[in-house]
Design a protein around this ligand. Structure first.
Ligand SMILES: [Zn+2]
Length: 392
């Protein structure tokens, strides 16, 4: 295997190995399931299995020149397609590499590939890349026609494959023509966390393989083996919903996120505008600096309110996610027995969606705080008056 830390999905992997052994590998596969399940890494592992120069006990060796080149995205027979920005591309004949406007943009792309080589769960996101360019598929068309040395496999990896079809299906239609008449010993491995966005005509030509979420227990053990504190590992494994890459990001940022969550929580229970301002400031700064982290902050906040809602309705502690905050949760439920915690979750979700979509952050954050305060105090119907809260 080329990635020692990849958690192999035994069922899928066995199925793929059997297909390889019996020479019954389909010419197009579609690995689907939520993000962070290791789908891309499984695609790379399959590429290694098909290309390794030194197969041992039915697995790739992970050390030969072929395995090394696959792990570092340098193999001549493996083609990687993923969303690129439009960059300086102006004509259909331009090389997809013109997607990178300058040397720095290209180096940033190479850095992403390097990070993926080190961490099979690393999510590769190129800034400004919203679609798979039709130029990438035209380039691929030329590439698949070239023969390989010694009749080796040609492997086409298409990551974030749904971006073939959104916002425009042009690249998807162009790919379809290649999928309809695949050259011999060529395999397409499409990987998608949003399979429903892929056009039916492509989906029907691929053998689908579902990658389910990884269990909380496995994620927890993985985090502990990486040095995470056991209690934090338990909480993060529950928050990350079977998504390994998310759990790693959360582990890296856990203390910072919890600190920020406290500030936001405080603003929901006070009329002091200075504390509101702190919350708004956190949201504005994170939006600018790291929108994924902001999304995670909202998510852990939502899970905290889910805990409040759950405890208020069941008085059961077993399913509480923020288990280290159980006393706080119990106290809040007791003190605010009239609160409608479930509506608070709606308010946070609305604010999150609006803010992440480029809305007016300050206004939306203030609205969220006010709406939540009203729901906590059981005043869902009462019309809010700005003058009650801020002296103008
Ligand atoms: Zn090898």
């Amino acid at each position: 295997m080329i990635f020692s830390e990849l958690i192999i999905n035994d069922k899928n992997w066995q199925h793929l190995c059997n297909a390889c052994d019996n020479d019954r590998l389909p010419h197009a596969l579609l690995f689907h399931g939520d993000e962070g399940m290791g789908k891309e890494a499984h695609a790379l592992e399959l590429a290694a299995l098909l290309s390794c120069e030194n197969i041992k006990n039915g697995d790739s060796c992970g050390n030969c020149s072929s395995c090394n080149k696959i792990r570092t995205f340098k193999h001549e027979n493996i083609k990687l397609i993923m969303p690129f920005p439009r960059g300086s591309i102006s004509s259909s004949k331009d090389s997809p590499l013109k997607a990178f406007k300058n040397e720095k943009a290209f180096q940033d792309y190479l850095t992403l590939l390097n990070k993926k080589s080190d961490d099979p769960y690393f999510p590769m996101r190129i800034s400004g890349a919203n679609t798979i360019l039709i130029n990438s598929i035209r380039d691929l068309k030329r590439e698949v026609l070239k023969s390989t040395v010694n009749d080796a496999w040609k492997i086409i990896l298409i990551f974030q494959a749904e971006k073939l079809c959104v916002p425009s299906p042009a690249a998807g239609h162009a790919l379809l023509k290649i999928l309809e008449e695949p050259p011999d010993k060529t395999i397409f491995i499409l990987v998608s966390s949003n399979m429903n966005l892929i056009i039916d005509t492509i989906r029907s030509r691929c053998q689908s393989m579902f990658f389910p979420p990884i269990s909380d227990q496995v994620i927890k053990q993985k985090l502990i083996s990486m040095g995470q504190d056991s209690e934090q590992a338990t909480i993060i494994s529950k928050i990350s919903n079977g998504n390994i890459s998310l759990s790693k990001e959360l582990a890296d940022n856990y203390l910072e996120l919890i600190k920020k969550m406290y500030v936001l929580l405080n603003s929901f229970f006070t009329r002091e505008f200075l504390i509101w301002e702190k919350s708004i400031d956190i949201i504005i700064r994170l939006k600018r600096k790291d929108i994924y982290l902001l999304d995670q902050l909202f998510n852990i906040l939502i899970l905290f309110f889910r805990d409040l809602h759950y405890y208020a309705s069941t008085s059961d502690q077993d399913e509480i996610i923020h288990s280290n905050l159980i006393e706080k949760i119990m106290n809040l439920c007791k003190k605010y027995s009239q609160a409608n915690w479930s509506i608070c979750i709606d308010h946070i979700e609305n604010a999150r969606d609006y803010i992440l979509r480029n809305g007016n952050i300050s206004l939306m954050a203030i609205n969220m705080i006010i709406d939540i305060q009203q729901s906590i105090n059981g005043k869902n119907e009462e019309k809010f008056k700005l003058s009650d809260w801020i002296s103008i």
